[in-house]
Design a protein around this ligand. Structure first.
Ligand SMILES: Cc1cc2nc3c(=O)[nH]c(=O)nc-3n(C[C@H](O)[C@H](O)[C@H](O)COP(=O)(O)O)c2cc1C
Length: 343
């Protein structure tokens, strides 16, 4: 490819993504991740260029029944914007009541989950269970579009299983219901999180509907992010497992798509500073004890893929105070481990 063509294409990656009245300068979106996408996680990813982030998936039923824990998931701060809320539902009346509650928070986008493959969710006919009831899904989406002031989107998978791939029909039906964005994880519900992402179906959907298509599946590196854009023509992508312990993926992907060159992995000082900030955010938000416990899993993710970190991960899993966790972080970022990071 000539340099000019490559430069022109790189500009294309920077067109603003529009989801209804929401205008985004970045097409890279932080996924709703159950048990993970809390305020500290969102803020740490925002500090590396994430623009639109999602709260953890929220059960409409739990929200309407005023579950305290669920209500707390809606909490945010002014600079945690733009912010999307994702709801699990199966009953249009309950969904409407849940949306009355979320509307008061002025979220920038609403997403209805028709993608979660977890048994206890699908058995209630929610999440990916809705792929087996496309009419029910359309009814839900129409109800959401009718009463939400924020643009309504939906997240689907390619189908329930290999023998019932129906993403294109579901996408068209969702578009007819009035959704303003379609998120698709390129796997069936039966695949869970393993097996190959189906780029072909995502591309087919992109060519079939006139609302933005936001793709998910194996976006674990800037190279795989580019592959998703190249192979599907999608309008945006979702960072999920690729952002665990790796908030730099936002910065690195933006740089890679602009310059076509792999960005440097962050240096040891930056990794240490990021972990310390993330720990501090957890401690501020949850209190020192709980914050340290919650940070443990993030520590393990920050260490992912690096050799000889097992003893450190074990120490982190026993850390009870932020001081103890800071010592583990410091040990992880010593000269010796630094050479390992660079290896
Ligand atoms: C631990 C975990 C929790 C997840 N929680 C949600 C969720 O609450 N809502 C959702 O739409 N997707 C959820 N997902 C799916 C991701 O958003 C994403 O679609 C999926 O992981 C595929 O992308 P990846 O292969 O790049 O990780 C979750 C995935 C993981 C691994």
């Amino acid at each position: 490819m000539s340099i000019d063509a490559s430069a022109a294409l790189s500009v294309l990656y920077y067109v603003v993504l529009k989801i209804g009245n929401l205008r985004l300068l970045s097409p890279f979106i932080l996924a709703p991740l159950s048990g993970i996408s809390d305020l500290p996680f969102r803020l740490i990813n925002r500090s590396f260029g994430c623009e639109l982030a999602f709260l953890e998936m929220i059960s409409a039923r739990a929200l309407v029944s005023k579950s305290r824990k669920t209500g707390e998931m809606l909490l945010s701060v002014p600079y945690d914007r733009p912010l999307g809320v994702q709801l699990l539902a199966n009953d249009p009346d309950i969904l409407e009541k849940a949306l009355e509650i979320t509307d008061a928070y002025k979220f920038d986008v609403v997403n209805i989950n028709a993608a979660c493959p977890v048994g206890k969710v699908t058995r209630r006919g929610e999440g990916a269970g809705l792929l087996r009831e496309p009419r029910k899904l359309q009814e839900l989406l129409k109800a959401a579009v009718k009463c939400s002031t924020a643009p309504v989107t939906v997240k689907i998978r390619t189908g329930w299983d290999e023998s019932s791939i129906n993403a294109k029909d579901v996408a068209l039906s969702a578009r007819d219901a009035g959704v303003q964005g379609l998120f698709i994880h390129g796997r069936t519900a039966a695949q869970g999180y393993s097996g190959k992402t189906d780029y072909r179906i995502i591309g087919e959907i992109k060519n079939s509907i006139d609302v933005p298509v936001i793709a998910s599946g194996d976006i674990l590196s800037p190279e795989l992010a580019k592959k998703m854009f190249d192979e599907t023509g999608c309008d945006g992508i979702v960072m999920a497992r690729g952002a665990l312990g790796n908030p730099w993926i936002f910065r690195q992907t933006a740089a890679f798509l602009k310059t076509w060159k792999a960005d440097q992995h962050p240096g040891l000082a930056e990794i240490r500073a990021t972990m310390l900030t993330h720990l501090q955010l957890c401690s501020d938000y949850y209190g020192e004890d709980n914050g340290t416990i919650i940070f443990r899993k993030f520590f393990a993710w920050y260490m992912r893929g690096l050799p000889e970190t097992r003893p450190l991960r074990e120490k982190a899993f026993h850390a009870k105070t932020t001081d103890q966790m800071v010592s583990v972080i410091d040990a992880a970022c010593t000269e010796k481990t630094g050479r390992l990071h660079a290896a």
